[in-house]
Design a protein around this ligand. Structure first.
Ligand code: NAP
Length: 334
């Protein structure tokens, strides 16, 4: 029997996930949805044969809904995740789990109080073929111990609601999670450098930014965050180890030879760049939920990522190196 999924937020990624659940993966169907933009949500509901609800709370409570996907605006995530936990329903929440570590802590406490893991965070890079290959190279000792990581996270242009904080807590949060997963250790300190801002970054946005992280064992990481790079969506990661290096592959694309130039296109945004990762993530989530389990990134992972993002924000505002203190992981999440 198909898992009945309720989707909160039918914007860019919400609608893409609805298409994915309907047309790409197996074992689930979108039965209910809501969005503050009711007009568009009703159209999406009609296209995919789901029931439109006026509020997200109604979607969470709806009897036909077995599990929830949250793809609404970042500041709404925490309240809907907690409502899903209180309803005893599995929930896949798009990143970030919340916009502050404090709100993530409330989610973790609610989940522990409910005595059942229900929450998965949408850190889909853990399901990306390239990142999985990086992990395999590290874990098999092919480059010795990692020493330095050089990463780039560029978006073509930022949206009207984008803020200076979001370069980190909405964008670099992907690197914060996936690099922690790759290295298998926690961070120790954060520093953020703010170079000259691009004239194309609107509304006083400080863009680009350079995030410098140090792990407990002393691995040094630099992440360039540039959300108005103009030319496309570009994610890079190179790991330098004791005996070699390993680099994230660019996504496969056709090579065009034309007018004296040989080139391949760079994807415009995340939806094509990580399409296979999202598909794998969703199939994996549905299969696990049907077994009554959470097997992907947990609320604890979402919490640790937000602790780190908050430290980066503090580091940028103060212009200093800020220590990152991660509490001991409770047995519930081990
Ligand atoms: P979006 O296109 O702006 O869509 C967000 C939708 O949520 C909009 O339709 C918005 O309506 C709606 N919304 C706002 N407040 C709401 C509320 N209280 N209840 C229900 N719906 C509400 O943004 P998006 O790009 O799809 O991003 C959505 C989420 O996915 C964000 O948290 C983002 O961080 C995450 N995301 C993750 C990835 C990834 O790689 N994993 C990629 C993209 C986005 P209005 O437009 O009327 O405000």
């Amino acid at each position: 029997m198909n898992l009945g999924v309720g989707v909160i937020g039918t914007g860019a990624i919400g609608e893409d996930h609805i298409r994915r659940i309907t047309d790409v993966i197996t074992g689930a169907e979108v039965v209910a949805l809501s969005d503050i933009n009711a007009e568009h949500a009703k159209k999406v509901a009609a296209t995919y044969g789901a029931k439109f609800y006026a509020t997200s709370e109604e979607v969470i409570k709806a009897p036909e809904v077995d599990a929830i996907v949250i793809a609404s605006w970042d500041p709404t995530h925490a309240q809907y995740v907690i409502a899903s936990i209180n309803a005893g329903k599995f929930v896949l929440c798009e990143k970030p789990l919340a916009t502050s570590a404090e709100d993530c802590k409330k989610i973790v406490e609610a989940e522990i109080a409910g005595k059942k893991q229900l929450v998965q965070v949408g850190f889909m890079r853990r399901f990306d073929r390239g990142y999985k290959q990086l992990k395999s190279v590290i874990d098999n000792g092919k480059i010795g111990q990692p020493l330095m990581l050089h990463c780039v996270h560029r978006n073509r242009v930022s949206g009207p609601k984008h803020t200076t904080e979001m370069n980190i807590n909405n964008s670099v949060i992907h690197e914060i999670d996936v690099l922690r997963w790759l290295l298998g250790e926690e961070y120790k300190t954060a520093q953020v450098l703010v170079p000259k801002s691009s004239r194309l970054a609107k509304n006083g946005l400080r863009d680009p930014q350079i995030v410098l992280l140090e792990t407990q064992s002393g691995v040094r990481i630099d992440v360039e965050s540039f959300v108005n790079c103009q030319y496309g969506y570009d994610v890079q990661c190179e790991i330098v180890g004791e005996t070699g290096t390993v680099r994230l592959p660019d996504p496969a694309n056709v090579v065009v030879r034309s007018q004296g130039v040989r080139f391949y296109e760079i994807f415009p945004d995340w939806s094509d760049r990580f399409i296979e990762a999202y598909d794998t993530e969703f199939q994996h989530w549905v299969d696990a939920v049907k077994q009554g389990l959470v097997k992907g990134p947990t609320a604890w992972d979402g919490y640790v990522a937000c602790i780190t993002a908050d430290a980066c924000t503090e580091a940028r505002e103060k212009g200093t190196i800020v220590p990152i203190t991660v509490p001991e992981c409770p047995p519930f999440y081990q």
